[in-house]
Unconditional design. Structure first.
Length: 157
């Protein structure tokens, strides 16, 4: 079970879908491969990003870019306009298939992406483990340990 001393879950409408390591909000250095985990509701990146950004701590500042793996998410728009600000979506073949990076002028947060098709139990296990203080497991190990299995990559159109 996740405790306040080991992890920090952001309080927002998607509370059960985002968990961050302690210190991420204060921009202190987190350790390990990821700074937390996100469980999107679908593989529609443009449709999921607004809720993700709304749930991130305001202390991180404005998000300017989200990078993602092209094979995992497939084709999407390049720019989203959220609350009057442009957020660039940048897809890379070299990006870890199980992560997204959320970047601003003064921050970078790497999130484990729990597959949308994961069960609630496995998703919550992955969220809790990825956001635990001091966790240094790789994205693949985090998903394997929780029982969440990556979904089949989306074919590019």
């Amino acid at each position: 079970m996740m405790s306040a001393s080991n992890s920090s879950t952001v309080q927002d409408p998607i509370t059960t879908r985002l968990a961050l390591k302690p210190g991420v909000e204060a921009r202190s250095s987190a350790t390990g491969f990821v700074d937390g985990a996100w469980w999107p509701g679908s593989r529609d990146l443009a449709g999921e990003i607004p809720a993700l950004l709304a749930a991130l701590p305001k202390a991180l500042g404005r998000v300017e870019r989200v990078s993602y793996n092209l094979a995992t998410w497939g084709v999407t728009v390049r720019i989203l306009h959220i609350n009057g600000a442009a957020v660039h979506l940048a897809g890379y073949r070299s990006q870890n298939a199980d992560t997204v990076d959320v970047l601003g002028r003064d921050h970078r947060v790497t999130l484990l992406v729990v597959p949308p098709e994961a069960t609630e139990d496995t998703a919550h296990a992955a969220l809790a483990t990825a956001s635990a203080r001091g966790n240094t497991d790789s994205p693949a190990d985090l998903l394997a340990a929780s029982g969440a299995r990556p979904g089949a990559p989306v074919a590019a159109a």
